[in-house]
Design a protein around this ligand. Structure first.
Ligand SMILES: Nc1nc2c(c(=O)[nH]1)N(C=O)[C@@H](CNc1ccc(C(=O)N[C@@H](CCC(=O)O)C(=O)O)cc1)CN2
Ligand SMILES: Nc1nc2c(ncn2[C@@H]2O[C@H](COP(=O)(O)OP(=O)(O)OP(=O)(O)O)[C@@H](O)[C@H]2O)c(=O)[nH]1
Ligand SMILES: [K+]
Length: 455
């Protein structure tokens, strides 16, 4: 039924060891044709999860000295018979053996096809399968930790719990559907309570998915302020390298520059140096400022930079007011150039804003900024962030809306009990699709398309 797939599982480059993996009903036979074991041994007869030493030989020529691991169905990563060949880490050897295996009857695997088979054979559910890619692609320790928890099935368990709550409701309803006039007030209240619970939990999950986004992509910190206050200098000081252009001419940074910072707590922070905000002098300036507003929207923390050696301008005070009104954004006032005589009157800025005093030039107060960023991140219990792709997020939003509809319908009982039945059915189905129990082929394919070759 299934064919035999093969892929190089290690990056193509010089490495200590390279791995080729195969999965499918005939892979042991295929490898047997080109593997000559040192000790007389038949790969068909060996135990699962055993390793064997020998040579890969093709047309009487030794291609490489290797180790071969054998895994037998259904006890393997994919649930099928599997073989892994450990070669010397030469791209020439790897490509050569791959070519031979294709000649012997294997097919080059698609991206994520091993994991897709693990999913189709019930080794993991869709969320767990997806997490395997997220583990590989994690850019920080925290992201890795969250992906590993998803592989362990913590998110799956949560969704299965919700799904069984929906199923309980469905059974309850089906029993009443033929006698809607018999539905008692107490039952109705029970249903309302259940749906409200589901709605609440779904909205919690969606919120945690937002946190998951920035665990994965980095906590966004944006430097804003009027031209020439020292944003680029601060960016460079934070990055500990000279990346942004620093000049005494106002308006030097016309686009934005992105930098990555790894905090000792394991978090990834993305820092953006932006064009100074103010009244644009020309069209280029104006475009830069529009970009800045875009980045502002996706940032978590705003560092509003002012120059301590100048008096605050009217424009600057208005700008801060405007930025303060952005919802859900943490805002900190960074007073730069403290190495110069101070002229700024801080009482013109809102009192409730946290202030940090720094000198980008002399690199004073830079650790202070890092500590503040760290404190802001940890104050948001990132530990419960979850990774949800956009399709699954849409599904959850669908469930949320179905909950609202259901609650509306319940107010008009008994006339519309069958409508409620349909709503509950759709909720059940949506959860099933997220877990991969209901096949939604396009979502499944999209998920595996993002995988590495050989995974
Ligand atoms: N060489 C190698 N290393 C690897 C992998 C691999 O496929 N090959 N993995 C790939 O990502 C990860 C480990 N994941 C794995 C998950 C399950 C099984 C497996 O054989 N499971 C069987 C038997 C379990 C058992 O002995 O109890 C099973 O689930 O039935 C193997 C690897 C990381 N390291
Ligand atoms: N004395 C002193 N000068 C500084 C400090 N930080 C920046 N400067 C100077 O201020 C000027 C402007 O610095 P930038 O970092 O380019 O300022 P910016 O806010 O990025 O400017 P725009 O790109 O125009 O928005 C440069 O001449 C810097 O050397 C500081 O802490 N102390
Ligand atoms: K600049």
């Amino acid at each position: 039924m299934k064919d035999n797939i093969v892929a190089i599982a290690t990056p193509l480059g010089f490495s200590a060891i390279g791995v080729i993996r195969l999965s499918g009903p005939d892979v042991i036979d295929i490898v047997k044709k080109i593997f000559i074991p040192k000790k007389e041994k038949d790969l068909k007869e060996v135990l699962s999860h055993t390793i064997h030493y020998g040579n890969i030989v093709y047309k009487n020529e030794i291609i490489d000295e290797v180790l071969v691991a054998v895994y037998k169905a259904p006890k393997s990563y994919t649930g099928e018979d599997m073989v892994e060949i450990f070669t010397h880490g030469s791209p020439i050897i790897l490509e050569e053996i791959l070519k031979i295996l294709v000649e012997e009857g294997a097919r080059i695997a698609e991206r994520g096809e091993f994991t897709k088979r693990a999913f189709l054979n019930g080794k993991v559910d869709l969320l767990q399968a997806e997490s395997i890619n997220e583990i590989i692609r994690a850019e920080s320790k925290i992201a890795l930790k969250r992906a590993l928890s998803k592989l362990k099935g913590e998110l799956s368990r949560k969704l299965r719990d919700l799904k069984s709550k929906v199923e309980y409701l469905r059974i309850y309803l089906e029993a009443s559907i033929d006698f809607p006039e018999d539905v008692e007030e107490k039952e109705k209240e029970d249903w309302i309570r259940n749906i409200e619970e589901i709605k609440k939990e779904v909205s919690d999950l969606l919120e945690k998915a937002e946190k998951g986004d920035w665990i994965r992509e980095g906590y966004g910190v944006i430097l804003v302020g009027r031209p020439n206050v020292g944003k680029s200098s601060l960016f460079n000081a934070l990055m500990r390298e000279d990346r942004a252009i620093v000049t005494p001419i106002p308006g030097t940074t016309r686009d934005y520059i992105e930098g990555e910072l790894y905090l000792s707590s394991g978090h990834l922070v993305k820092i953006y140096d932006t064009a100074g905000l103010g009244i644009p002098k020309d069209i280029l300036d104006k475009m830069g400022m529009e970009r800045t507003e875009k980045i502002l929207e996706k940032s978590n923390l705003i560092l509003f930079v002012v120059d301590g050696s100048c008096e605050a301008s009217e424009e600057e005070i208005n700008l801060l007011e405007k930025i303060k009104s952005y919802q859900n954004k943490k805002l900190i006032l960074v007073v730069n150039k403290i190495d110069l005589p101070q002229k700024v009157d801080l009482s013109v800025f809102p009192k409730d804003i946290e202030k940090i005093f720094v000198s980008a030039k002399e690199r004073k107060g830079i650790e202070e900024i890092e500590k503040v960023i760290e404190r802001h991140i940890t104050s948001q219990d990132v530990e419960d962030g979850i990774f949800l792709n956009m399709y699954h997020r849409e599904k959850l939003k669908e469930v949320y809306n179905l909950c609202e509809e259901g609650l509306n319908v319940l107010k008009n009982l008994p006339q519309s009990l069958d409508v409620l039945g349909d709503i509950i059915y759709d909720m059940d189905r949506a959860f099933g699709e997220i877990l991969g129990e209901e096949v939604s082929l396009d979502i499944t394919d999209k998920i595996f398309e993002n995988f590495c070759v050989g995974k």
